[in-house]
Design a protein around this ligand. Structure first.
Ligand SMILES: C[S@@+](CC[C@H](N)C(=O)[O-])C[C@H]1O[C@@H](n2cnc3c(N)ncnc32)[C@H](O)[C@@H]1O
Length: 255
């Protein structure tokens, strides 16, 4: 069961009820983004960063990073916690990655968007991917991390996902968390529900790959993984997270 004490140790609550930020780097795709950023010729970007889980490592390694989030207080905390000499390499960009911020075309070497897409439906993910593709330099890399279709909260309703997928539903993994069987079994279910948006989109590799390809990315690598930052309510069979790395292959004029 999630208690206040252990929640604080692996996950830090967001200030805008958008779930929790991983308190430490806890997946191979975020680590790959941090490694890639070490040799980037242009700045890199972290989208939906909360307090900047990857940004701190990028800055400590000498990299330049643009950090985006919807919630200005998250970015303020990151700025305050960044040592003064590193602040010149940190650019804060508050607003929605869907329609609230903009970057010049071809202006970043890599983008990490971790644990945000599971709040969006497929059409919104497609909008974001087109924008990320526009902002990345040719050959630039996109790193996505999200909750997968094998997330624990989907365990009891997995057959419903399969049925929606068989019926070619555009967002087969989208479900309401109200009355979710796993959440219902939690003592603190009300508190948990309040800390998250009502709808989740548990993402599968096939659906995300086709969205990548449609937006002009080649999928370089992808897999399910076991997130190091989750508790029992989120766990199932070791595949609760999905990661995908895409390489920009087309130059688009409009995004
Ligand atoms: C679950 S937290 C993930 C934080 C961090 N990326 C991680 O991996 O732990 C989701 C974050 O995405 C941000 N977010 C949600 N929708 C967004 C949007 N449309 N544009 C920018 N950030 C968004 C929220 O404010 C929140 O800080």
């Amino acid at each position: 069961m999630i208690t206040d004490e252990n929640m604080q140790s692996k996950l830090i609550p967001t200030l805008n009820n958008m779930g929790w930020m991983a308190a430490a780097i806890g997946d191979p795709y975020t680590r790959a983004f941090i490694d890639y950023a070490e040799n980037a010729s242009l700045p890199v970007m972290e989208v939906g960063a909360a307090y900047g889980v990857a940004a701190t490592s990028v800055l400590n390694n000498g990299g330049r990073i643009i950090v985006n989030d919807l919630e200005p207080h998250h970015l303020h905390v990151l700025y305050e916690q960044t040592p003064e000499p590193l602040r010149e390499n940190l650019q804060l960009l508050c607003g929605s990655c869907i329609d609230g911020i903009d970057l010049e075309a071809d202006s970043v070497s890599a983008i990490l968007c971790a644990r945000v897409f599971h709040f969006f439906d497929s059409a919104t993910i497609a909008t974001c991917l087109a924008r990320f593709q526009h902002w990345l330099e040719p050959g630039g890399k996109l790193f996505i991390v999200a909750d997968s279709i094998f997330h624990g909260m989907n365990q009891d309703i997995y057959p419903e996902f399969l049925a929606r997928k068989a019926a070619s539903h555009a967002t087969p993994g989208r479900v309401s968390l109200i009355n979710n069987p796993r959440l219902e079994a939690q003592e603190d279910k009300e508190e948990l529900l309040q800390a998250m948006p009502e709808y989740f989109n548990f993402i599968d590799i096939e659906t995300l790959s086709s969205l990548f390809n449609a937006a002009g990315f080649i999928v370089e690598s992808t897999d399910y993984f076991s997130p190091e930052y989750y508790y029992d309510v989120s766990l199932w069979d070791g595949r609760e997270g999905i990661g995908m790395v895409g390489v920009k292959v087309n130059h688009t004029q409009n995004a």
